[in-house]
Design a protein around this ligand. Structure first.
Ligand SMILES: NC(=O)c1ccc[n+]([C@@H]2O[C@H](COP(=O)([O-])OP(=O)(O)OC[C@H]3O[C@@H](n4cnc5c(N)ncnc54)[C@H](OP(=O)(O)O)[C@@H]3O)[C@@H](O)[C@H]2O)c1
Length: 215
């Protein structure tokens, strides 16, 4: 049975993906900041957090690593007076440093399975689509896209494919009740994308429903 590790599995898209991947016969390992309810504790902003979890899992080969944990604090901030430095630090710690540390900690486990890496970025990562505002979230998700593209180059020789995804505008705590799709629809579409991801498509930036996204 293949194993999938999903960060931020306590709610929203991460919880739905964990259910969907379990239904697709993955052995799933979900994480949340507090742990409990069958989830492993992982705060991706703790510099030792991902490495400590990798140690707890003692080398279990990982076929699919889904870097899903994310934070969006700067919605509606004022350009003139908002976006304090502390907000930049908090959001970047989760959305980009946390992704890198998680990938780094689980590289041996990914190598053991010749696994795949899925980074949940956003359409807000796109440079060509730039409606303004939400500067911290947009730039952190753009950094996650860039990280994924460069990891794809470095890990290609090892047969480890990396995909970067926009999950849709999803009805979660982050997306809000007015969003377009359910977490279940996002999870189904994303799981199809993970299935299709290969060395031939490594470095792709795709939407949950299978379209190439503009960079
Ligand atoms: N919803 C959308 O419309 C949308 C659109 C584009 C992209 N995305 C991206 O999709 C991903 C999931 O979003 P969502 O809508 O499901 O968000 P959500 O409902 O707010 O859930 C966020 C998840 O991230 C976890 N998390 C937050 N800070 C963390 C930390 N320091 N360490 C570890 N885990 C942490 C949370 O864990 P706790 O419960 O333990 O706090 C929770 O499981 C995010 O990367 C988000 O940026 C979402």
């Amino acid at each position: 049975m293949p194993t999938a590790l999903i960060t931020g599995a306590s709610r929203g898209i991460g919880a739905a993906m964990t259910r969907e991947l379990t239904a697709r016969s993955f052995d799933t390992i979900g994480t949340s900041t507090k742990g409990g309810d069958g989830l492993y504790p992982l705060d991706v902003t703790d510099p030792q957090g991902p490495a400590a979890l990798a140690q707890t899992l003692s080398g279990t080969p990982i076929d699919l690593l889904v870097c899903n944990a994310g934070l969006y604090l700067d919605q509606g901030q004022s350009l003139a007076t908002g976006y304090p430095a502390e907000m930049w630090a908090k959001e970047f710690a989760v959305n980009i440093t946390g992704v890198f540390l998680t990938v780094q900690a689980f590289l041996p486990a990914l190598r053991a399975a010749q696994g795949k890496i899925a980074i949940i970025s956003s359409q807000m990562a796109s440079h060509t689509r730039a409606p303004g505002g939400s500067y911290i979230y947009r730039s952190s998700k753009a950094a996650a896209l860039n990280l994924g593209r460069n990891l794809a180059t470095d890990l290609r020789p090892e047969g480890i494919a990396v995909g970067i995804y926009h999950p849709g505008w999803v009805k979660t705590d982050m997306g809000g009740a007015g969003a377009e799709i359910t977490p279940e629809a996002a999870a189904t579409g994303l799981s199809d994308r993970f299935d299709a991801l290969s060395i031939a498509t490594t470095g792709c930036f795709e939407t949950w429903d299978g379209r190439d996204h503009a960079y």
